[in-house]
Design a protein around this ligand. Structure first.
Ligand code: MSP
Length: 661
C-alpha cells in the first residue's frame, strides 16, 4: 500500500431503527480494513456514528411519546453496544446532535449562503416522506417516488436551494477523470447514467412548521437543514473541518466512504457537489457494497426476517460471524445470509480446516516433542512449496485489499490452510515419529506450525479474538501481527513451549432440518464436539477433514444440488500462459456478453494460440479464486482419460451464454 494514511468511514446510521446485519456488515468491513491498514503500519482513522435528525427520528420519537433527543439518546446505545460486542475499533463515533457537529453545519451553510451557492425560492412539486426527498413531476415513476416507489405528497412552500445544476458538467468530468472515485465500476456507470438527466438544484432546508427536528439555519430561524446535508457533513466535521486545521489536513480526504448501494446518489452526486461548492477536496473513493438478502428475500420488518446480529453472535460467537460476512460477500454484489450457509462455511473453513489442523498439530507436538516446538532440519520440495504458498498469501491479501476483494484474500488464506493439511497428509508425521532419526518429523512439525503463524496473522483483522488465542498457543507474544513478519518465513523460535490445547472452532452440529412450513432454513445449535475429540492424531490416520469419512463408492447427489451448478457455453477470446506456472493458462472468455477471466490447468494439452474462438462449457457460478496470483472466475469442463485431456465443447456454431443442462 503506497497510501500515506487511511481514513475510512461508514454511513452514520439512523437511530430510529434497530441495528441489523446490513449495519453490522459495513461496520465490520470498515473495521477489518482499518485493522489491516494498522497492521501495515499505515496511519489509520476509522469513523462511524449516528444520524439523529430528520423526519424518521422525529416520527419514531412522536410514536414513543418522548422528545427526539431523548429518543436518540436511548436508541444510539444499541449501536454503541453492538460495536463493542463486534470488537469494532473505531477511532470516533459521531452523533449529529453533538454541538461539535452542529457548529460546522451552521458555519458551512452560512458560508454557502454568503457566496450565493444557496438561494431562496418557491418550491412547487412532490415530496417523498420516507426518503425525505423532493421530486419534480417529470422525475416521478408512475406518480410515485422513483427511489422507493411509495406515494408522494404534493408540496408548495418556500425553501433554500443549493445551486447543484451548475456543477453537473463538472461532476461528470470529475467522475470520468477519476476512475477510482466511485467503485465498483458498475456503480460509477450507474451514477453517470443518473447524471444523463438534467440535475435540479437541491432543496437543502425544511421549514420548521413541517419538521423542527434538525439544525437551525444560521440565516433563517424558520428553517432547519435538510437531513442529508447535515448527515454527509459528519465525514468532515468529525476530523476537524472548520475547527481543527491540523487534524483536517492530516485525515481529509477520506480514503474510502463505505456505503450500501441504496445511498449511492447522495454520496456520489449531492456530497461531491456540496464539497465542490465549499471548495473542499473530494474523497478518494466511495465504495458501494451490495445488500444482504435473507435467502433470496429482501430483509424487511414487515416480513419479519431481519437478522439480529446480537442474537447471532450470542449463539455462534463474534469471530465466526465476522469471518462469514467478510468471506461470503463478493464486495459490490448482493449476498445471501442464512444460518445454513453460515454453518456450512464455519464447519468447512474454520472447524474442519483451520481448527482441526491446529488441534492435530498441537497434539502431535505434545506427543512427539514434549510440547516444545522442534527445530526444522533440511527442507525438500514439499516444504518449499508450502513456504512459498504461505508467504505468497500475505502478498495476495495486500493486493486483494487494494482491489477491495477481501473475499479473494480470505480464499487465498483458506487455500494455504488446505495446502498445509495436505502437506501433513503427505508427510505422515505419525509414521515419521516411529523412525530413529527425528529430524524429518521435526521439519514437518515446524513447517506446519510456521504456516499457522502466518495464517493467524493474515486472519487477525477478521477474527482478532480467535487469532490472538491461536497465536498464544503458538507461543507468540506480540498481541498484533506485523505485516512484514507475515511475509517472512521462520519467525517461530524453535524451543518455544506451545499450548495449551484449544478447541478453537468446535464443530457445529446442524440439528434435524425443521420441516416448518415456509421456513426452509436449517435450524442449528452450537455443537459441543471439539475437533480434537474427533480427529485422529499420533499413530492413527489423521485426516485433514477430521470428521468426515468419504463414502467408499460414488457419492450420489440430489437433483436440487446439481441444479445449483450453472453450466454455460462460453467463447474463448484470448489465452496466454500464466508466468511461472507450466500447467496454467489465463483465459479471457465471454459468457453471453459478460467478459470474464479464468485460469485453467490445460497448458500441457492446449497451445494458447489454438484456443481463441472455441466455444466451451464453463461452471459459471463457481466462487472466484486466486490461482498463482491470478484471479479466476469460473471453471472449464474437460474430459480426461489417462494422459489425454479434451475440452468439452458444443457442436457447430452456438451462442455463448447458453444454458447447458
Ligand atoms: N442515515 C443514512 C446514512 C447517512 S450517511 C451520511 C442511512 N442510514 S440507514 O441506517 O438507513 O442505513 C445505513 C446503511 O445500511 C446504508 O448503507 C444501507 O445501504 C445499509 N443497509 C441497509 N440494509 C442493508 C442490507 N440488507 N444489507 C446491507 N446493507 C444494508 O441510510
Amino acid at each position: 500500500m503506497q497510501n500515506k494514511k487511511f481514513y475510512v468511514t461508514t454511513p452514520i446510521y439512523y437511530v430510529n431503527d434497530r441495528p441489523h446485519i446490513g449495519h453490522a456488515y459495513t461496520t465490520i468491513l470498515a473495521d477489518v480494513l482499518a485493522r489491516y491498514h494498522r497492521l501495515m503500519k499505515v496511519p489509520t482513522y476509522f469513523l462511524t456514528g449516528a444520524d439523529e435528525h430528520g423526519q424518521k427520528v422525529q416520527q419514531a420519537a412522536d410514536k414513543a411519546g418522548i422528545s427526539p433527543q431523548a429518543h436518540a439518546d436511548a436508541t444510539v446505545v444499541r449501536f454503541q453496544e453492538l460495536w463493542k460486542k463486534l470488537e469494532i475499533t473505531h477511532d470516533d463515533f459521531i452523533r449529529t446532535t453533538e454541538s461539535r457537529h452542529k457548529v460546522v453545519v451552521r458555519k458551512l451553510f452560512q458560508d454557502l449562503y454568503d457566496r450565493d451557492e444557496i438561494y431562496r425560492a418557491e418550491y412547487d412539486g412532490w415530496y417523498c416522506v420516507p426518503c425525505e426527498r423532493f421530486f419534480m413531476e417529470k422525475d416521478l415513476d408512475n406518480g410515485a417516488c422513483p427511489d422507493c416507489k411509495r406515494p408522494v405528497d404534493r408540496i408548495r412552500e418556500s425553501n433554500y436551494f443549493l445551486r447543484m445544476s451548475k456543477y453537473q458538467d463538472w461532476l461528470i468530468q470529475y467522475i470520468q477523470d477519476h476512475p477510482k472515485f466511485i467503485q465498483p465500476d458498475f456503480r460509477r456507470n450507474e451514477t453517470l447514467g443518473f447524471l444523463r438527466k438534467k440535475l435540479n438544484d437541491l432543496c437543502v432546508s425544511r421549514p420548521k412548521s413541517r419538521l423542527s427536528w434538525g439544525i437551525e439555519l444560521p440565516f433563517d430561524k424558520e428553517f432547519v437543514a435538510y437531513v442529508w446535508c447535515d448527515a454527509l457533513t459528519n465525514y468532515i466535521s468529525a476530523v476537524g473541518y472548520l475547527s481543527d486545521d491540523a487534524m483536517f489536513r492530516k485525515w481529509w480526504p477520506a480514503s474510502f466512504h463505505l456505503i450500501g448501494k441504496d445511498i449511492l446518489t447522495t454520496h456520489t452526486v449531492y456530497w461531491p457537489i456540496m464539497l465542490k461548492a465549499m471548495g473542499v477536496e473530494q474523497p478518494e473513493s466511495v465504495f458501494a457494497h451490495g445488500w444482504w438478502l435473507v435467502g433470496d428475500a429482501k430483509m424487511s420488518k414487515t416480513t419479519g426476517n431481519v437478522v439480529n446480529p446480537m442474537e447471532f453472535v450470542d449463539q455462534y460467537g463474534v469471530d465466526p460471524f465476522r469471518y462469514f460476512l467478510m468471506a461470503e460477500m463478493v464486495l459490490g454484489q448482493d449476498a445471501s445470509f442464512t444460518e445454513e450457509a453460515f454453518i456450512r462455511r464455519y464447519n468447512a473453513d474454520l472447524a474442519n480446516d483451520l481448527g482441526n489442523m491446529l488441534s492435530r498439530l498441537i497434539k502431535m507436538i505434545e506427543s512427539y516433542a514434549g510440547g516444545i516446538l522442534p527445530a526444522p532440519g533440511e527442507s525438500g520440495d514439499d516444504e518449499k512449496q508450502l513456504r512459498e504458498a504461505a508467504v505468497a498469501a500475505a502478498g495476495t491479501m495486500e493486493r486483494t485489499l487494494e482491489g477491495m476483494r477481501l473475499d479473494l484474500g480470505l480464499g487465498a488464506v483458506a487455500n494455504v490452510v488446505r495446502e498445509a493439511n495436505r502437506y501433513l497428509e503427505r508427510k505422515q508425521p505419525w509414521t515419521l515419529a516411529k523412525q530413529a532419526d527425528k529430524t524429518p518429523l521435526h521439519t514437518v512439525l515446524y513447517h506446519a506450525a510456521e504456516t499457522l503463524r502466518i495464517v493467524s496473522g493474515l486472519l487477525w483483522p477478521v477474527m482478532p479474538g480467535k487469532m490472538a488465542d491461536l497465536r498464544r498457543t503458538l507461543g507468540i507474544v506480540e498481541e498484533q501481527p506485523d505485516i512484514h513478519s507475515l511475509k517472512e518465513w521462520g519467525k517461530l523460535k524453535p524451543g518455544t513451549k506451545l499450548g495449551p490445547m484449544l478447541a478453537l472452532f468446535p464443530r457445529i452440529m446442524p440439528a434435524e432440518k425443521k420441516e416448518a412450513a415456509g421456513e426452509g432454513i436449517v435450524a442449528a445449535q452450537a455443537g459441543k464436539t471439539p475437533p480434537e475429540t474427533t480427529a485422529a492424531a499420533g499413530g492413527g490416520a489423521a485426516r485433514p477433514g477430521g470428521t468426515v469419512v468419504a463414502p467408499a463408492g460414488v457419492a450420489l447427489v440430489e437433483y436440487a444440488d446439481f441444479q445449483k451448478i450453472q453450466l454455460r457455453t462460453a467463447r474463448i477470446l484470448e489465452a496466454e500462459k500464466v508466468a511461472g506456472a507450466d500447467k496454467l493458462l489465463k483465459l479471457q472468455i465471454e459468457i453471453g456478453g459478460e467478459k470474464r477471466q479464468l485460469v485453467a490447468g490445460i497448458a500441457q494439452y492446449y497451445d494458447a494460440a489454438a484456443l481463441p474462438g472455441k466455444t466451451v462449457v464453463v461452471v459459471a457460478n463457481l466462487k472466484p479464486a486466486v490461482i498463482r496470483g491470478v484471479e479466476s472466475n469460473g471453471m472449464l469442463l474437460a474430459a480426461s482419460a489417462g494422459k489425454e485431456l479434451r475440452l468439452v465443447t458444443v457442436e457447430g456454431e452456438f451462442p455463448s451464454g447458453a444454458v447447458v443442462k
